[in-house]
Design a protein around this ligand. Structure first.
Ligand SMILES: [Zn+2]
Length: 62
């Protein structure tokens, strides 16, 4: 009876490569910063900051 059963060491998870060559993102129509929308996105693209500000304005108007 062998007692030296041990699982194989888990392979180290490869760290995600921080590559700058990501998909092209559309730029914000207000401040021209890159947004989270793809360049092929149809419609108004806002960066998170401007999107938030627009939401604030919309929420406060009326
Ligand atoms: Zn913006």
């Amino acid at each position: 009876m062998s007692d030296d059963y041990c699982a194989a060491p888990a392979a180290p998870t490869p760290a995600p490569d921080p590559t700058d060559a990501g998909p092209p993102f559309a730029e914000c129509v207000l401040c021209r910063k890159p947004t989270e929308y793809p360049e092929s996105y149809k419609g108004i693209t806002l960066c998170p900051v401007c999107e938030w500000q627009e939401a604030q304005r919309t929420a406060c108007s009326g």
